[in-house]
Design a protein around this ligand. Structure first.
Ligand code: UT7
Length: 410
């Protein structure tokens, strides 16, 4: 069926001419320079490189410095994606940042990135669906494009998991890392792009994986609940989450391919959330697929939650593992519990190379945006509005992280 649809120059759903499709036209990633190996971790908790590698597939992860945050990593990934797409910030209609480690409850991390890019025509919001967040966000952006309410959307998955890890808990601290990935979606009349999406949730399993936040009753000492959960710190029942993941990943890939009108065997590559190499091995067995069908880079980044799929996507494109017209799938799963799978038909033959002038225009936009933020802050402080000037987020370069607890190795 897929071959016939391709030959006919139509998407697998056989949509009519004139229909709007949402294509990924740009991609970018950013990770902190600092690398933390399994041996580094064994100096903090009782663990070993052998245990971590054999139980998870992770060798090392990247950890944000004092000058990096969810928004600064997201900004760098977004800038890289805009370069590939050759899109100017003012052309963006919508920015969605999927994250569980937002800079604030509000303003949205997406709003900070919007200001730093100088994306003056964009709406911006954060999306909370844990490790499924990127797939949810791409679907929201694709819907906005298909409905005609947006032409260009920027979707970011960005996390600083190192700041919500309980560094005394060896069951979780060995798994996670920091990073960001981003994609630019653009409206097109060419069939393809996002073809289907399965978004699911089971809040009944919410206690298996979480981070108690500002509105929570689920914090020791604040309520009658006594479960050891700490404000702003992740807790996880790893074994139960593992079982849940192996069940829903295969199932949702099958549902998403069915919705797209193709077979699982038509997929060229599956870009999954990177949580544990053993989960992917188990899913590959259940779907009777070769393990190489699953993009995996967990060995170098660990689990970067909402950032893991766009980071893996970037590396897959860079490695030449995705070509024009290929059917690919994204699949995410995690806190909520939530899970999401999506099928896309890749439409971009080669990364578009930005012209020198367009790159310079983007750099100018970033500088102008920083200048504008600085001037706004200065004018508020001159007029005596000190509340605003204290609470406003700093520009990315010189930022510091006095409020956050440092990981113990810093
Ligand atoms: O992105 C969100 C989604 N999250 C996930 O998908 C995570 C899913 N879960 C997992 O990946 C795995 O459950 C873990 C990697 C978290 C744990 O692996 P496991 O094979 O399920 O180990 P376990 O929790 O059953 O523990 C086995 C043993 C225990 O010792 P005993 O009781 O058998 O003596 C643990 O205390 O391994 C011990 N252990 C460790 N030993 C060394 C647990 N963590 C560690 C550690 N180093 N870091």
């Amino acid at each position: 069926m897929a071959t016939t649809a391709k030959a006919a120059g139509r998407g697998p759903l056989g949509r009519a001419a004139g229909q709007i499709y949402a294509h990924i036209v740009g991609w970018g990633m950013a990770v902190p320079d600092r690398v933390m190996t399994n041996d580094d971790l064994s100096a903090i908790v009782e663990t070993s490189d052998e245990w971590i590698q054999s139980r998870t597939g992770i060798r090392e992860r990247h950890i944000a410095s004092d000058k990096e945050s969810t928004a600064t990593l997201g900004l760098r990934a977004a800038q890289n994606a805009l370069d590939v797409a050759d899109v100017q910030p003012t052309d963006i209609d919508l920015i969605i940042c999927a994250t569980s480690t937002a800079e604030h409850a509000f303003p949205a991390t997406a709003s900070l990135i919007q200001a730093w890019l100088g994306a003056g025509n964009a709406g911006a919001f954060d999306l909370s669906a844990a490790c499924s967040g990127f797939v949810y966000a791409v679907q929201m952006a694709a819907q906005a494009i298909r409905s005609g309410s947006a032409q260009v959307a920027l979707v970011i998955g960005a996390e600083t998991m190192s700041r919500v890890i309980d560094w005394q808990d060896r069951g979780t601290c060995i798994l996670f890392g920091d990073g960001a990935g981003a994609v630019v979606l653009r409206a097109s009349e060419a069939p393809g792009g996002v073809l289907s999406a399965i978004l699911r949730s089971d809040g009944g399993g919410g206690d298996l994986l979480g981070i108690p936040a500002f509105g929570s009753l689920d914090i020791d000492g604040v309520t009658a609940i006594s479960n050891g959960h700490k404000f702003g710190k992740m807790h996880m029942n790893g074994a139960e989450v593992f079982k849940f993941a192996t069940r829903v990943v295969g199932e949702s890939i099958q549902q998403a391919t069915q919705q797209a009108g193709i077979q699982v065997s038509d997929l060229k590559l599956i870009v999954p959330h990177q949580a544990n190499a053993r989960i992917l091995q188990s899913v590959a067995r259940s779907l009777k697929l070769n393990e190489s069908m699953f993009m995996s880079n967990i060995d170098r980044y660990g689990n970067t939650s909402a950032a893991s799929i766009p980071i893996a996507l970037c590396e897959a494109v860079q490695a030449g593992r995705i070509q024009a017209d290929d059917y690919i799938a994204f699949v995410g799963f995690g806190g909520g519990l939530s899970w999401a799978a999506m099928v896309l038909q890749w439409g971009q033959p080669q990364p578009a190379s930005s012209s020198f002038i367009n790159r310079q225009r983007r750099q100018f936009s970033y500088r102008l945006a920083a200048l504008r933020t600085g001037l706004l802050r200065a004018s508020r402080s001159l007029t005596g509005d000190r509340t605003d000037s204290r609470s406003e987020e700093k520009a990315p370069e010189p930022g510091s992280r006095a409020r956050s607890e440092r990981p113990p190795f810093q």
